[in-house]
Design a protein. Structure first.
Length: 256
């Protein structure tokens, strides 16, 4: 892969992440207004039905009760939608991260040349050429990385590929352009895991890994609109740093 193609692929992946995550962010920002409109539509439709259908008194009472129930259901929507926005946001970040790792290793496979993992004969025979074989190997590497926690996946960019991300906030705007808040991203993913695998209920693993004092084991975490905005900011800053440092890595790489 040439420098030009690698850079274009990184920019394309960054654009895909931005478009997908921004749609989720917009939904989160507009959720309150959208639900107000939905409630109004339901209220108008049911009241029109009551007015125009010649209902008996009991039927009117039943319809008004149905309206109250429907409006109460809509009020509960954020408790379902907001956590799902978080799940979507973290998924787009994971896809972006794995894509960047594949691009960088395809551009320069040196970091995996000493990989002691054996390649199955079936994989080799299924490849029509070396490029296809490399693609299959990189797919396996990123697949295996997916079983590690998100901080280990991010760290792979430094420990194996060495794109020089900073995990500590530094002084100065320029220095912080390579900063990624790995601790906050790790916590965002721990919350995501609680939502997906534990019904949002806090467990010992979450408490041990975060040292949170405001939660107790068995308590349910409520993800609200402001949380999503904060999570988006942290993850967006992280993807910007990864994209920037990856392109710098490619630019400065000396082809042998």
């Amino acid at each position: 892969m040439t420098k030009s193609n690698a850079k274009k692929e990184i920019e394309r992946q960054y654009s895909l992440f931005w478009n997908g995550s921004f749609n989720a962010f917009s939904l989160n920002s507009d959720l309150e207004g959208s639900l107000k409109y939905l409630k109004l539509e339901n209220e108008i439709a049911i009241k029109r039905h009551i007015s125009n259908s010649g209902l008996t008194e009991n039927q009117i009472i039943a319809s008004e009760g149905y309206l109250r129930d429907e409006l109460e259901k809509i009020d509960q929507y954020p408790k379902t939608i907001t956590p799902m926005i978080l799940v979507y946001l973290t998924s787009t970040f994971e896809i972006f991260l794995k894509s960047i790792i594949r691009i960088l290793l395809k551009f320069n496979p040196d970091p995996i040349k000493n990989n002691d993992k054996k390649i199955p004969l079936q994989t080799i025979l299924a490849s029509s050429d070396l490029d296809e074989l490399l693609d299959l190997i990189l797919e396996q590497i990123t697949h295996d990385l997916g079983y590690k926690n998100i901080s280990e996946q991010i760290s792979y960019l430094n420990t194996k590929i060495n794109i020089n991300l900073s995990f500590k906030k530094l002084k100065g705007l320029t220095a912080n352009r390579r900063f990624i808040n790995i601790e906050e991203i790790q916590e965002i993913f721990l919350i995501r895991n609680l939502i997906l695998h534990n019904g949002g209920i806090v467990n010992k693993q979450y408490l041990n890994l975060t040292n949170r004092k405001e939660y107790e084991e068995g308590e349910k975490i409520e993800v609200v609109k402001d949380d999503i905005q904060n999570y988006f900011t942290t993850i967006f800053q992280g993807t910007s740093a990864i994209s920037r440092q990856s392109k710098l890595y490619i630019k400065e790489f000396k082809i042998k």
